[in-house]
Ligand binder design. Structure first.
Ligand code: ATP
Ligand code: MG
Length: 390
């Protein structure tokens, strides 16, 4: 009796001609997730299987696969040659020891001498004999023992399944540049876009030495946490100190954050275009803080020329966002109390409802803005996280 892990993917997006494309990208992502493990990955018509893995790796493999977007659920199954005695033995093995159950049979191999119903009845009887604490409930069983008889001469027997991440395979919906701070929100925003199939790149602005090196390390750790879901993440770490000092020197202090945000998105847009990204992504949520009023968002958006800015958290409550941060395990990193560059030179009375023309004219007070932006981009540190070498 061999154990295998059976993988299922959502069928919804698999319509028409895109089907083999989606399947191919998903298979590539699964292979990457399995790279650290010794195992065999096989595809049949609409199933994937992980076989010949070390039993001691089973938990780690499942843990990894539940983070691959596009997979819907998985089951650990016993694989046997299609032979009735072997099938019944496997069914007994898979059945729980107590509670209620029923047997469900799928029979793709129509050459067998018994039909699905007959097989289910016989398997059920044998299970009851071997595990007398069990009882049958055909309508609302606590457990279902599934017998899946395939055309290839093999049968898969399993009970129960593990939910996977759902969504679309990463790489099927283009690329996006995430503005990644050390806070709770932006990692969740990146994760949500990856769930829709987007490949995520990231940019982080730091104000060393006004902010500590640990603040930067925190963001690297956040990006690493996302890689099991997002795959490889290219992270640009951009020094923002000189720009901030110039804003501080030249602009009305109350507009500090407004102007900073405008320049952040300008830099992000340039990087995005150089990388072939089709959008920017931020962790903004309407009304959450002063810089996220409608007017603030408008004045930030105004500085982006050609790309859409996706804000997947715009209508989420902080509590919902924090729950997601817990779910993706970024919460504990985000809560570390290192300063973000936005807290440097923080004005006493930041404008909460900036007027667009004032935002523009404050930014225009900067001298040599273009050169400042270019200097920041040229000095960026580029890290590739979650690659197989990482
Ligand atoms: P977060 O929890 O993501 O930091 P926040 O509630 O602290 O969000 P803001 O500080 O107003 O909100 O930031 C809004 C968005 O601007 C962030 O979600 C992020 O996308 C971007 N951002 C802010 N600071 C930085 C930074 N230092 N580097 C890159 N992006 C940033
Ligand atoms: Mg923040």
């Amino acid at each position: 009796m061999d154990k295998v892990i059976m993988l299922r993917y959502g069928e919804l997006f698999l319509k028409g001609r895109n089907r083999s494309y989606f399947e191919g990208v998903l298979a590539r992502n699964i292979r990457r997730a399995l790279a650290p493990f010794e195992c065999k990955f096989t595809r049949t018509q609409n199933r994937y299987y992980v076989e010949e893995y070390k039993f001691t790796d089973e938990y780690a493999i499942i843990e990894r696969l539940t983070k691959v977007f596009g997979l819907h659920s998985l089951s650990v199954a016993v694989k046997v040659k299609t032979d009735f005695e072997a099938i019944y033995a496997a069914a007994i093995d898979c059945a729980p020891v107590a509670g209620t159950f029923r047997v469900s049979v799928k029979r793709a191999d129509k050459k067998l001498p018994m039909n699905s119903m007959q097989i289910a009845v016989e398997a059920g009887a044998r299970i009851l004999r071997a595990k007398p604490e069990l009882s049958v409930d055909l309508h609302e069983p606590e457990n279902v023992v599934n017998i899946d008889i395939r055309e290839n001469g093999y049968t898969y027997v399993f009970a129960g399944s593990v939910a996977c991440a759902g969504g679309m395979p990463v790489g099927t919906a283009g690329k996006g540049m995430l503005l990644l701070s050390g806070g709770f929100d932006s990692p969740v925003a990146g994760w949500r876009m990856a769930k829709r199939g987007m490949q995520v790149l990231a940019v982080h602005y730091h104000s060393y030495p006004h902010t500590s090196l640990q603040a930067k390390e925190k963001v690297v750790d956040l990006a690493k946490k996302l890689t099991p879901w997002c795959g490889e993440i290219k992270l640009y770490v951009v020094g923002f100190t000189h720009i901030q000092e110039e804003i501080h020197r030249r602009c009305n202090g109350d507009f500090m954050i407004t102007v900073m945000r405008r320049i952040m998105v300008r830099i992000a847009e340039r990087l995005a275009k150089a990388e072939g990204c089709g959008c920017l992504i931020t962790g903004e949520s309407l009304g959450q803080v002063a810089s996220q009023t409608m007017e603030s968002i408008t004045s930030t958006e105004d500085a982006v020329c050609d790309l859409p800015v996706f804000r997947p958290l715009i209508a989420m409550d902080k509590t919902e966002i924090l729950e997601q941060a817990e779910h993706i395990d970024t919460y504990d990193i985000s809560k570390q109390p290192f300063e973000d560059c936005c807290t440097v030179f923080l004005p006493r009375n930041p404008v909460i409802h900036p007027k667009l023309d004032e935002a523009r004219s404050e930014e225009a007070k900067l001298e040599g803005e273009d050169a400042l932006i270019q200097e920041a981009i040229d000095g960026a540190e580029v890290l590739v996280l979650g690659s197989s070498a990482d």
